[in-house]
Write a protein that binds this ligand. Structure first.
Ligand code: DX5
Ligand code: ZN
Length: 230
């Protein structure tokens, strides 16, 4: 039986903003990373959290792995703020200042944390070929960034397949993360396609029958089933 570590990364954007602290507690540690979606109202058509919010989470949960997904334009200003706030991994978009992408990924690594590069559904994997050597993670967006609760774009898994092949051919080490529209019905497919980290927002926090902790346990069970049948 072949196994590999799968990281469950619930997106707190899917929780009721008035109950974020309680929502983190409600997961009862059945997650690996806490995914923080940062939106500036410019790169995407929505606003979310600032670096002070990340800092408060870091202070309240010192041991949490903070997976910060920056959907922003002003990297120069905002990136250092999230590094300082205690992010464990910062992912930046390939579409944001592509001329600075390599340098920005290096800047993240130099701060002693993990670097990630994200691509929107309309961006081909080819656009990030030349920065894969400095990425600890590649985030494949499976919805248009900006909002939770959208429908999964299945074609994104073709990019995951491609990234798996490139990683093997070039002996790279990046993890592959999928973000958008993941739920209990498609998580197994994502894992089979080669995803290592799974982001899920509304599926975890807006389930009418299950608590966040129960959803995550079911997700873990679905993932384990993939390996049991391999
Ligand atoms: C979308 C965000 C996602 C989103 C996931 O811009 O990057 O992380 O919150 O939410 P769901 O799982 O509801 O698609
Ligand atoms: Zn995200």
């Amino acid at each position: 039986m072949q196994t590999r570590k799968i990281f469950l990364a619930p997106s707190i954007l899917g929780a009721n903003p008035l109950k974020i602290y309680d929502s983190i507690i409600a997961m009862e540690n059945n997650f690996d990373w806490l995914h923080l979606d940062i939106m500036d109202g410019h790169f995407v058509r929505n606003l979310s959290f600032g670096a002070d919010f990340a800092l408060k989470i870091r202070e309240a949960f010192p041991d949490i792995f903070l997976d910060v997904h920056l959907m922003i334009d002003e990297l120069k200003i905002i990136l250092p703020q999230f590094i300082k706030a205690g992010a464990s991994l910062v992912t930046i978009h390939a579409e944001t200042e592509p001329q600075l992408l390599h340098a920005s990924l290096n800047e993240i690594r130099k701060a002693g944390i993990k670097s990630g590069v994200a691509i929107c559904p309309s961006t081909p994997v080819e656009n990030i070929f030349d920065v894969l050597e400095v990425a600890d993670l590649v985030l494949v967006m499976s919805v248009t960034p900006g909002f939770g609760g959208q429908k999964f774009i299945e074609r994104s898994l073709e990019k995951v397949n491609k990234l798996v092949s490139i990683r093997a051919a070039k002996k790279y080490n990046y993890l592959i993360e999928i973000d958008g529209g993941i739920n209990l019905n498609n998580i197994a497919l994502a894992v089979k396609s080669g995803c290592d980290a799974i982001v899920a927002g509304s599926a975890v926090f807006n389930n009418a029958e299950k608590t966040p902790s129960e959803v995550l346990k079911s997700m873990r069970a679905n993932v384990e089933e993939v390996f049991n049948f391999d």
